[in-house]
Design a protein around this ligand. Structure first.
Ligand code: SAM
Length: 248
């Protein structure tokens, strides 16, 4: 998980989004229970959820779409290890350009690939087959942030970067979906996610304190921890919406 040259990347994360093991298990069960024949995950990363759902639905054809080759390679290795590489293709592609309709569309933490959450819902609706489902996850404000709070978050954070949860759900309904499940993560899921995200750097720093890159890596880790603990913690939630597109 660590190398002398630099920290690993996402080496301690099972999914690249805040999610507890029990919630991931339930999402996999619910996605698989709908027996989708075609599945696509836009902004899949290495597609842990996608891999698990595909493995549970024999005969389903699945596509994982991402612009990051390194993450796609991790996905391909995972699919091969699960014996589903013949049914699950990881494709390097711009998420917003994918037009192949699917019975189950997944898109988690990737609304920025479309613009805003409203843009993402509108574009994703077009590739959910009538009668199909969308599982979409992204950040939601727990409440309206003040200017001071915004300034403590990642540089350039704006109020328009996320919606409040009711706005996110209403935007889905306005797009034409019906909500089957609305869930938002506990603070512990965010804390676990940020801790595991930082673990690549922290474990590497412990093993390589005198490395020429150590000061830079330490500075990046400390800045990120401040954006979390002094910035978004308690202010930014993360919601998963399971949405149905009505039959025609
Ligand atoms: C926060 S990660 C979430 C990954 C995955 N959905 C998960 O939950 O583990 C967002 C992903 O979106 C991908 N992404 C960002 N912009 C993209 C784009 N324009 N087209 C395709 N993928 C994109 C990133 O490479 C990254 O893997």
């Amino acid at each position: 998980m660590t190398s002398y040259d630099g920290p690993s990347r996402y080496g301690f994360l099972e999914c690249n989004s805040p999610i507890a093991a029990w919630r991931l298990d339930r999402q996999v069960e619910e996605c698989a229970a709908a027996q989708p024949r075609v599945i696509v995950d836009i902004g899949c990363g290495w597609g842990e959820l996608l891999q698990r759902v595909t493995a549970k639905v024999p005969g389903a054809k699945a596509y994982g779409i991402d612009s990051d080759l390194e993450l796609l390679e991790r996905g391909r290795a995972g699919a091969a290890a699960r014996g589903i590489a013949d049914r699950l293709e990881f494709v390097e592609y711009q998420g917003a350009d994918w037009t192949e309709p699917a019975d189950l569309v997944i898109s988690i933490g990737a609304v920025h690939a479309f613009g805003t959450a409203v843009d993402a819902l509108r574009e994703l609706y077009k590739i959910v087959k009538p009668g199909g489902r969308l599982l979409i996850g992204d950040g939601v404000w727990n409440r309206v942030a003040t200017e001071t709070e915004l300034a403590a978050m990642w540089p350039g954070t704006k109020p328009s970067d996320w919606l409040l949860l009711p706005e996110f759900v209403n935007a889905a309904i306005a797009t034409g979906f019906r909500p089957l499940r609305v869930e938002s993560v506990e603070q512990s899921e965010w804390d676990d996610f940020e801790s595991q995200f930082l673990a690549d750097k922290e474990v590497w720093l412990l093993a390589n304190p005198g490395h020429p890159r150590a000061a830079e890596v330490r500075e990046q880790a400390d800045a990120h921890r401040d954006w979390w603990l002094r910035g978004h913690r308690g202010l930014l939630g993360f919601a998963y919406l399971t949405l149905g597109r009505p039959v025609e």
